[in-house]
Ligand binder design. Structure first.
Ligand code: PLP
Length: 396
């Protein structure tokens, strides 16, 4: 591996107090570890500046409101939104997709998904009463956009796709997906959970209509995420949850609703979570998303090359997958792989990764998955590969 990459990774690793020496944390696609800057922002949020937002008449609340809304502007800049009013704070990508499914979609609307979607991008559409069609994958495990172009029809109101697959790491050609969707008048929703921690994202450049992501996969806190939608789309959407903060006036005869984004943020928000998300964005942008992408690409190359050399290992996903490598070892259940690796202090994920339809398409019940973050380096890849070598020896 490029020596500069592994040296830089050691600088980044030092930012993460919960990663002890010698522990290979390879489960960032599930949730990323937190840098000191994020932990400090959360601590300051509770220990120094804590108060509610938007409603307080006292100085502390006014100051917290300023910080909270500054974070909304920071998120807007981070993903290239036209205005902070297009940023809705939600609990995570799951809640963002449920919001769109409940508020924007009408029961019976036809939706186009792909085989590789996370359950979060399947079940909300089912619950909302959508008719669902499914785009297949190419032989190298990408969403097959030629097939999508052939099957999309004007009845499709929405195309909802993972920007990066949480199992395969395949990166969607989002601009082409937008062109195909818009060609029949459908909107495009991108599930950006695995993309925002791994590459620069610009919603204007991608030409999508909705974008969702979770803070905790971006080195930020759990319980906070983002739904972005074009301003005119949000304006036309009714609220999906009722309560404080989302209203203009309330009487027993009827209620009028606030403008977006407040219309979609009922109840007291996750104030400190938003500050933590702000710090996480500052953190990744200080490193540079291009540098993170290059770093993870080098780790993926190294991992795939090394695992491909091991007898009985089957690799899934394309060669250029973004930061995520799924694999199987012939005759060994992925849970056994995970348990044996854990004995060598290597933490991977094993299971269906909330993507059971994809498992069915791959013809497996589960896979083992290694996923990278800024703190990973050559040593982690070596620990993984020697652990897999041990697995193959134990199971003969
Ligand atoms: C691609 C993708 N979509 C959606 C989700 C759901 O994210 P959350 O559980 O943070 O809402 C995940 C989480 O694993 C994911 O990887």
């Amino acid at each position: 591996m490029d020596a500069a990459l592994s040296t830089r990774r050691l600088d980044w690793l030092a930012d993460f107090p919960a990663i002890p020496e010698g522990w290979a944390y390879l489960d960032s696609a599930a949730t990323a570890q937190k840098p000191r800057a994020v932990i400090d922002a959360i601590t300051r949020g509770y220990a120094e500046s804590y108060a509610t937002v938007h409603r307080g008449v006292y100085q502390r609340s006014a100051e917290m409101t300023v910080m909270f809304e500054a974070s909304r502007r920071r998120v807007a800049r981070f993903i290239g939104a036209a205005s902070p009013e297009e940023i809705v704070f939600v609990r995570g990508a799951t809640e963002g997709i449920n919001l769109v499914a409940r508020s924007w979609l009408k029961p019976g609307d036809r939706v186009l998904l792909s085989t590789l979607e996370h359950h979060s991008n399947i079940v909300p559409w089912q619950l909302a009463g959508a008719e669902i069609d499914v785009v297949p994958l190419t032989p190298d495990h990408r969403i097959d956009l030629d097939a999508m172009a052939a099957m999309i029809r004007p009845e499709h109101k929405l195309v909802a796709l993972a920007h990066v697959s949480n199992v395969l790491g395949s990166v969607l050609d989002a601009k082409r997906a937008a062109e195909i969707a818009h060609g029949v008048g459908a909107k495009l929703l991108l599930d950006g959970c695995q993309a925002v921690p791994r590459m620069p994202v610009d919603v204007a450049g991608l030409d999508c209509d909705f974008y969702v992501f979770s803070g905790h996969k971006l080195y930020g806190p759990t319980g906070i995420g983002v739904l972005w939608a074009r301003g005119e789309i949000l304006e036309a959407m009714p609220p999906w949850q009722g309560g404080g903060a989302m209203i203009e006036t309330v009487t027993f005869e009827g209620t009028t609703y606030a403008a977006p984004p407040a219309r979609f943020e009922a109840g007291t928000p996750h104030v400190v979570g938003v500050l933590g998300l702000h710090a996480a964005i500052d953190y990744v942008e200080a490193i540079g998303l291009d540098s993170i992408a290059a770093h993870e690409a080098a780790l993926v190359r190294e991992t795939r090359d090394s695992l491909a050399g091991l007898y009985s290992v089957r690799l899934f996903g394309p060669e250029d997958s973004a930061g995520i490598v799924s694999f199987a070892v012939e005759g060994v259940h992925p849970h056994d792989i995970g348990t044996i690796l854990d004995e060598s202090r290597v933490a991977i994920r094993a299971g269906h990764h909330c993507a059971q339809p994809l498992m069915a398409a791959l013809g497996v019940d589960a896979t083992a998955r290694a996923s990278f973050g800024v703190y990973n380096g050559e040593q982690d890849v070596e620990a993984l590969v020697s652990g897999i070598d041990r697995v193959t020896r134990i199971f003969g």
